[in-house]
Write a new protein. Structure first.
Length: 58
């Protein structure tokens, strides 16, 4: 059985929640593209390196 709950919030809180809900959230991929480049990965794919390391463990 489902119940509906009603809460009361102040007008200021309501405005803040409404504003936050309208904001675009950043995607992790967008954040990652702004990170500094790591020199040791310059000439190789980090994911390929990670897979090779995992394969060594198993």
């Amino acid at each position: 059985m489902r119940y509906m709950h009603t809460i009361e919030i102040e007008a200021e809180t309501e405005k803040l929640l409404f504003t936050l809900a309208k904001k675009d959230s950043e995607l992790l991929v967008d954040i990652a593209s702004t990170l500094p480049k790591i020199p040791c990965f310059e000439n190789q794919d980090p994911l390929t390196l990670q897979k090779a390391m995992r394969d060594e463990w198993h």
